[in-house]
Ligand binder design. Structure first.
Ligand code: PLP
Length: 408
């Protein structure tokens, strides 16, 4: 039996035991509806507000009331974008980037079809935005700027603080998709000056099916879900109580252990990359020269198919992915790597490894041992891969001969 090594934490994370324990009573004894008048229900409402305070603390919100619970990151993104557009119906222009998660990308494409004008900001070869292009894109018709905090595929972190300054100077609302950042690196809405920010519980060891949207006090925002009066009329629907409690606990733990965890995870990630650079010369890290999430490594293997690598990794009990879990099943190369204009021989062979506080050095060593075997096996099957290996060894032989000549 091969071990299960889970290096796919940007897709989702394991619920921590403390989180599960905090949730348990809300499935059994504390099942009241938080909107009920009776104390059996209303005590649950108080627990939700305690979880709201934990989430507010994680993201540095000045007031917990600015946190609205949602069902996931995708809902948070949709609620933010649609809510802002509806509140500013006279404006018809949206600014976003070419590398957003499908939750924002798909929605903006849909809105484009409905008649909105969308500016899709480009990224360079390292996955970084051009802030001048952003500045020039903003007009009196711009209803909203929506930019991800960091990229879910490459981990490249955008300069959110600087973007916020540019956008605020023009009086335009700014939404940030921080689903991959919150709980992994410090995210402080007050320092960043963002107006809306989306996070999701299952990306930092909370449960699936719960997220949160931060809406700065005073921002006019129209609710996306309409019905009851929950979440102060900003998100109708009976709350996912256990999920919210779990997300609150996960937020508390992330805040407590975050900086220490990030340091250890970064060291493991760097160890993985350094060893692979030695053992697989035909690989490279996408976005490596930029500031990146400490847990994420997007490694491209020349002339190979990322999906074939994943299948063989799976046989060794190693879980990774080619990109966003939400685009799995699509045979198209990643839109993020295409936007970075990654050369064709590297485009199909990208694998994303994403670590968490639960990973160990032993696991990294195991992956570093198996991955070169997998790459070699696939190169042997691929004529281009074989060719590139032969070219490399010829070049190395040449270098060695030159060296002998020089010494002689
Ligand atoms: N935004 C980003 C950057 C993500 O990485 C994800 C999920 O991977 C989402 C949004 C969607 O979050 P959820 O899975 O909670 O809907």
């Amino acid at each position: 039996m091969t071990p299960e090594i889970y290096f796919d934490n940007n897709a989702t994370t394991r619920v921590l035991p403390e989180v599960f324990e905090a949730m348990r009573p809300f499935f059994t004894d504390l099942y009241g509806n938080p909107s009920s008048i009776h104390s059996f229900g209303s005590q649950v409402g108080q627990k939700i507000d305690a979880a709201r305070a934990q989430v507010a603390e994680l993201i540095g919100a000045a007031d917990p009331v600015e946190v609205i619970f949602t069902s996931c990151g995708t809902e948070g993104d949709n609620a933010a974008i649609r809510g802002m557009l509806e509140a500013r119906s006279e404006r018809r222009h949206i600014v976003t980037t070419q590398v957003e998660h499908p939750a924002v990308l798909g929605l903006c494409q849909h809105l484009e079809k409905k008649g909105y004008r969308v500016t899709w900001l480009k990224v360079d070869h390292d996955g970084m935005l051009d802030l001048e292009e952003l500045d020039e894109a903003l007009t009196d018709d711009t209803a909203l700027v929506t930019v991800m905090y960091d990229n879910n595929e490459t981990g490249v972190i955008f300069p959110i603080h600087r973007i916020g300054e540019i956008v605020r100077a023009k009086g335009i609302p700014f939404h940030v998709d921080a689903v991959q950042a919150a709980g992994k690196i410090p995210v402080q809405v007050s320092d960043l000056g963002v107006d809306l920010l989306t996070i999701s519980g299952h990306k930092f060891h909370g449960p699936k099916g719960v997220g949160a949207l931060y809406v700065r006090r005073g921002i006019s925002f129209s609710p996306f879900m309409i019905g009851g009066h929950q979440e102060r009329n900003r998100r109708a629907g009976t709350e996912n109580v256990a999920g919210i409690i779990g997300m609150g606990k996960a937020a508390e733990l992330a805040q407590k252990h975050g900086p220490e965890d990030a340091q250890r995870i970064r060291a493991l990630r760097d160890q993985l990359e350094a060893a692979l650079a030695q053992s697989c010369p035909d690989c490279r890290v996408n976005g490596q020269s930029q500031d990146r999430l400490p847990n994420t490594s997007n490694i491209a293997f020349r002339y190979l198919e990322g999906e074939s690598i994943l299948v063989l990794l799976d046989q060794y009990g190693i879980c990774a992915s080619t990109g966003s879990a939400c685009t799995a099943g699509s045979s198209e190369p990643s839109h993020v790597l295409r936007a970075m204009e990654v050369a064709p021989e590297w485009l199909q062979g990208a694998v994303r490894f994403s670590l968490s506080r639960l990973n160990t050095e032993q696991e990294v060593r195991y992956v570093n041992e198996k991955l070169p075997l997998i790459v070699q096996r696939l190169q042997d099957l691929s004529s281009l891969g074989k060719l590139s290996r032969e070219q490399r060894s010829q070049a190395n032989r040449g270098k060695a001969l030159n060296g002998i000549g020089a010494r002689g």
